[in-house]
Design a binder for this molecule. Sequence first.
Ligand code: ATP
Length: 330
Amino acid sequence: MRTITLINGDGIGPEISDAVVKIIEAAGLKIDWDLQTAGADVIEAEGVPLPERVLNSIKKNKIALKAPVTTPIGKGFRSVNVQLRKDLDLYANLRPCKNLPNIKTKFDNVDIVVVRENTEDLYAGIERQVDENTAESIKIITRNASERIAQFAFEYALKNNRKEVCCVTKANIMKLSDGLFLECFRKVAQNYTQINTREILVDNLCMQLVQNPRQFDVLVLPNLYGDIVSDLCAGLIGGLGVAQGANIGLDCAVFEPVHGSAPDIKGQNKANPTALLLSAIEMLRYIGENIYAERIEAALFKTLKSGICTCDLGGMASTTQFADAIIKNL
Ligand code: ATP
């Protein structure tokens, strides 16, 4: 039996984790979940929101499924998400955005994969107060990180029968930093002549995405643009409740939804577990459990097609009712 780390998070995290674990079990796949708590709730007992034991569990098991964890504001702790990505060197953030059955959105047939560099750029956290009226943040772009994310995007495109990888920058303004990211993309692209390439400025991309998103396939972006553009793409397919994600490194991978812990609807049994479920389905494919991935995905799609969904998508089902409907359709 495979052991997988489960970070059940806080806010709506435990509710959606319970739903997803129940669905995977009902599909017939036996997983030994190594439950690891993290976030604000463990600070009192353990002093930090991301204790060593959580990192050690992921390092040992190599794979984790993670529900959202709130980072306490203003207490001097780094974001749990940012720290996980840094400490485990999860350099690639993968966010597939594809229309789901029966979820009404402005455009049909959106099928975009956002590949976001996860370790540097303005997220390097190098900031200082220059004087009372001036603050400074430093944007770091390195050749090593830019080449490996470009390579990840092309490899993903190859393995998943994608036609094009598009590099997104603002290299006309940030000629050195974004210029280096683009230069690395062009260099790596030479090894993947079977995949088309495209280059676009991030402002133009945003306009094109809201006018004609179907023209895009795989996007590769530095960290900050990737963060913003992936939320935009989540909006194109029905919002945060359905937006899946994964953070992938050479040794470990952590699968998690794009959304946060949604404290406004915590404990009300109305959170949508779809984003975490889609992340789990992608995780199952990643570990080679394709049969179970297909089975669960088919049951999710059948449930949505039958008109059952949670209130963020205009439905009436509670989290548990939605999960039970999926289980019935397995
Ligand atoms: P963070 O900074 O951690 O990303 P946030 O407050 O910016 O958190 P979310 O926690 O993702 O963002 O919530 C944004 C809005 O989307 C909230 O109103 C929340 O209720 C809603 N939302 C997020 N996830 C879900 C979900 N799975 N199901 C239903 N509604 C959700």
